[in-house]
Design a protein around this ligand. Sequence first.
Ligand code: MG
Length: 164
Amino acid sequence: MLRIGQGYDLHRCVAGRELWLGGVHLPSLWGLQGHSDADALLHAITDAVLGALALGDIGRWFPDNDEKWRGANSAALLRRVLDDPRVSGWRLVNLDCTVITEKPKLAPHIPTMREAIAGIFQCSSERISIKAKTNEHQDAIGQGAALAAQAIVLLRRAVDYPED
Ligand code: MG
């Protein structure tokens, strides 16, 4: 059995917050607004995993009006999803992501982000793809007011594909 899922997220860019992307703290004068650490890339990835298995979305699992998740580490939230009995029997075939932002330049950080995400999935970073785009100074993302992330994930059921 194979399942495919896609996820999308967008957060506003605000001064005075740390910038977390893909489980990595990036040097930046601004961060993303949000109830948790606002890691838009990990949120898109989490939604892709949940989507693949038709298990709802990150907002249903971790409501942003629940004080329990204030300042939550998004890597821990994703790990919590992966450890759920409905998910834990599935393995990552591959994950392909796009981050859309004007700044900071992500290219130097992509290897670290791939390693961090591979660590969460407990797989090789060879299975993790992260691409960076700008919006060519158009719209809110292009003006630097927001950052968006997209993710597509393919999962295999471990019992059907024990190797690989
Ligand atoms: Mg989010």
